[in-house]
Ligand binder design. Structure first.
Ligand code: PLP
Length: 362
């Protein structure tokens, strides 16, 4: 047996989540966010599975976009942070990439000499996230310069919401009001929402939505709703038991002896560790499913292994399947236990974990 850890990627689930996004925002355009290798799910495979239903894809770099062009994706591609260096402009033009412009410097890179063909620009306004984007004072001048430039198409107007996962948040209401005020006098298409905005802020749908995490089936909100319950997990990280042992009351398990048996305990050793992307900070009690039964992590996660409580699963034996996250144990639950977010779990699945793709059938 080879090392038994795998990430199964359920492409029909991703399609179903995209259909849910579209159903929640009827008639709007969807830019599926597949940066960071589609949050660890495989950018080329995810793009191929969505290309007939989505309106475009969003990425973080030229390298990510070129990978998609090389694998035959012809849809609009947007670089969410735009160019990092003016030398990338040539690549962006050749590969027909749309660019975010979030700063005066990026505007200058585009305007300083005529381009051989027009390029789409999404102008990013800072309405309160305070990470990237034009200040309110910069908007009129930079917007006008881009609008009047013959080789620039658009600009579309975009912003990013800092607190969208929290329904009703005052910070989000303020951002929406500021965006409305800054863009009131400018025609053109608008984009404000990531997955959380799409699911919780219908007034922020604009013309183009930018869902990422919801496509992969994790809940983008701080709360559960009827809609978030319809999201289907797209990644199942699973492995097997490679050893089982019995320990007496008072014995400790693993590095640092963090977990001490409160009773006679059956312990299963699973071939999955932090070098696979399982969070090292997961505490005792983090949910795990062994042979279809829910149990808990006990002991510190090591590089290649972790240990689980089998006391209540007396039949479990080496070779039995273990789900780290997926259908039975949601990535959101593991993330909450480990004080992180599903985004970090998905993007942290290591290159050494083989992905296997399921295409057909729901
Ligand atoms: C990553 C990203 C998104 C997608 O966010 P999710 O929370 O995954 O839906 C949308 N917009 C921008 C600008 C992003 O960087």
């Amino acid at each position: 047996m080879t090392r038994p850890i795998y990430a199964d990627i359920n492409l029909p689930a991703i399609r179903a989540n995209h259909r849910l996004a579209q159903a929640l925002a009827p008639g709007r355009h969807i830019l599926s966010v597949i940066k960071a290798n589609a949050y660890g799910h495989g950018a080329a495979q995810v793009a191929r599975c969505l290309q007939d239903e989505t309106d475009g894809f969003a990425l973080a770099s030229c390298a990510e976009a070129l990978e998609l062009r090389d694998s035959g994706i012809r849809k609009p591609l947007l670089l969410l942070e735009g160019l990092f260096d003016p030398n990338e402009l040539e690549i962006a033009i050749a590969a027909d990439l749309a660019l975010v412009v979030h700063s005066r410097q990026q505007m200058h890179w585009l305007l300083r000499r005529p381009l051989p063909k027009p390029i789409w620009v999404w102008l990013k306004l800072d309405t309160g996230m305070h990470r990237l984007g034009l200040t309110p004072e910069e908007v009129p001048e930079i917007h006008a310069a881009l609008r009047d430039c013959p080789w620039i198409q658009g600009p579309l107007l975009m912003t990013h919401l800092a607190c969208a996962p929290e329904p009703g948040s005052v910070a989000t209401q303020r951002q929406l009001q500021l965006f409305e005020r800054l863009t009131r006098d400018h025609p053109g298409l608008r984009s404000l929402s990531n997955s959380a905005g799409l699911m919780a802020w219908p007034e922020a749908h604009g013309d183009w939505l930018r869902p990422g995490i919801m496509l992969y089936g994790a809940n983008p909100l701080d709360v559960e709703t009827a809609d978030t319950a319809r999201l289907r997990p797209a990644m199942r990280l699973h492995s097997r038991l490679i050893a089982v042992r019995e320990l007496a009351l008072g014995e400790a398990i693993g590095y640092g002896g963090r977990f001490v048996c409160e009773r006679r305990t059956r312990v299963g050793v699973v071939a999955a560790g932090y070098a696979d992307g399982y969070p090292r900070h997961a505490p005792d009690g983090t949910p795990v499913a062994v042979a279809g039964q829910l149990t808990r992590l006990i002991g510190r996660v090591s590089m290649d292994m972790l240990t689980v409580d089998l006391t209540e699963i007396p039949d479990a034996s080496p070779g039995d399947p273990v789900e780290l996250w997926g259908e039975q144990v949601r990535a959101d639950q593991v993330a909450r236990a480990a004080e992180t977010i599903a985004y970090e779990l998905f993007t942290g699945v290591a290159a050494r974990v083989p992905r296997s793709y399921r295409n057909a059938g729901d």
